[in-house]
Ligand binder design. Structure first.
Ligand code: 1GP
Length: 270
């Protein structure tokens, strides 16, 4: 959704106190209508952006159906809020952003895409190959590209394996800073430090702090963040956005999801 006409990039990069929360919805993990219900609960709990993506092999039509279902649910909530003087339409003005595993997972129904270079991949495909294949589709769709340096840190999980990443280890504090500098010099606005979905341990706070010492980048951190304490540690180290996915997928009910996300969103304030 985009009510005020500002670009998604402007919204993402405007500094805020503490960090903001992103709910990652993997279209492969539930039908579109369930994805939309989960996204609405997430927004009620205070999440500020929805990422759609994650798996490496989800086809376009599944990604598109999920984006559409989420956008339609947001539109309905905006309409309902516009009819109710005590409700805020702005609460539902939430960007739906593609977080693709490759050029196959795109949708014109998204507001933007994290247009990523997997900077520590050893394969051309993830440095620039998939991006070259995806760019003409995105240009045709008019989906806004958010230029993003994506750096996979240990343990790295499936994205580390599939993306053939030379994983950043917890002690590689200088190296991660060099990646951040490099991202800035390429003109990327966002830097995403990823430990891998479902990781046993999140990105080490020393790595986050080192990357955050490079100014001019908006820092996203995700992978293995499950508890409010995990989130507070990442925020104190300098994360601007916290991404969580698994806690949404494995919640046993929408109520449990609401409780979990409320705790994580609060923790984003430090
Ligand atoms: C994956 O960083 C995200 O790209 C989210 O990770 O599923 O571990 O929350 P989790």
């Amino acid at each position: 959704m985009n009510l005020d006409g500002a670009s998604v990039l402007q919204k993402v990069c405007t500094p805020r106190y503490g960090a903001r929360h992103i709910t990652l919805i993997d279209p492969a993990k539930q039908p579109p209508e369930v994805a939309a219900q989960r996204a609405m609960v997430a927004v009620e709990a205070g999440t500020q952006m929805v990422f759609v993506g994650g798996s490496t092999d989800t086809p376009d039509d599944v990604v598109h159906a999920t984006c559409l279902a989420i956008q339609e649910a947001l539109e309905l909530r905006i309409f309902a809020a516009s009819q109710n003087p005590t409700s805020e339409e702005k609460q539902w003005d939430i960007p739906v952003v593609l977080f693709p595993g490759g050029a196959h997972a795109l949708s014109p129904a998204a507001d933007a895409i994290t247009f990523m270079m997997l900077m520590n991949s050893t394969k051309r495909e993830f440095l620039v190959g998939e991006q070259v294949r995806g760019a003409p589709h995105l240009a045709k769709f008019g989906v806004e590209a958010l230029p993003t340096g994506y750096v996979v840190c240990a343990p790295g999980g499936r994205v580390g394996e599939v993306g053939a990443a030379e994983l950043i280890q917890p002690t590689d504090v200088e190296l991660v800073k060099d990646y951040a500098l490099c991202a800035k010099m390429f003109g990327f606005s966002l830097l995403y430090l990823e430990a891998g979905s479902g990781a046993d341990s999140p990105v080490h706070p020393d790595l986050i702090a080192s990357a955050a010492s490079v100014d001019g980048l908006t820092l996203l951190v995700g992978g293995g963040l499950r508890t409010p304490e995990d989130v507070r540690t990442a925020v104190k180290a300098g994360a601007n956005w916290i991404v969580t996915g698994t806690v949404t997928e494995d919640a046993s009910s929408l109520e449990e999801l609401r409780d979990r996300l409320t705790g994580l969103v609060r923790a984003c304030l430090g």
